[in-house]
Design a protein around this ligand. Sequence first.
Ligand code: SF4
Length: 201
Amino acid sequence: MKSIFNLNNQNLSIDGKIIAGLDKLVSVHRNLIWEQSKKFGLSPIQIQLLLFMNYHKAEYTTVSYLAKEFQVTKPTISDAVKMLFQKELVVKIENSTDARSYAMQLTAEGIAIVQETELFTRSLQYALQFVNETSKQEVWELLSKILFQLTQMDVISVNRMCFSCQFYSQNGQGHYCNLLFKSLANHEIRMDCEEHVVKVI
Ligand code: SF4
């Protein structure tokens, strides 16, 4: 395999250009979130934790789950949430069956920060307005396949996509959700589904 950072290789390979493009988007995303975090004296991971906890169910807001979700160690998450507790942006939801374990929930102040920061993606959303619907659907089909493949390879530790869901089945050349009782077109495959249940293989 050749380095895609060597421009001679990159420019002769569509794979190299896709990876370089994704790398550039990661840098853009990192910079945009960094700008928001500086405003509130929080780190980028703390902003991401607030965003994630605000839009996901309590069972996903434990230190263990968040460590898997963000692919960092549990001590890294514990350190990050310590400041969120100190700033009274989150509170604990005690676990009645295990005193050492807890989930977290945002306070009104935490929700206010989410509302102030969550549109940091606006420039990406704006740029997408200039891309036609068919191209966007093709891009999502490609991304969903790459993300699923990376999950299969254990490079991504958690995903809540259709392909890894117990309710997903193939429907001829297409897809079917056995929970919603409907066929799913490629562009309807979900990235992050609230009803997702991990398929046991
Ligand atoms: S429940 Fe959600 S993740 Fe699972 S197959 Fe249906 S739409 Fe996809």
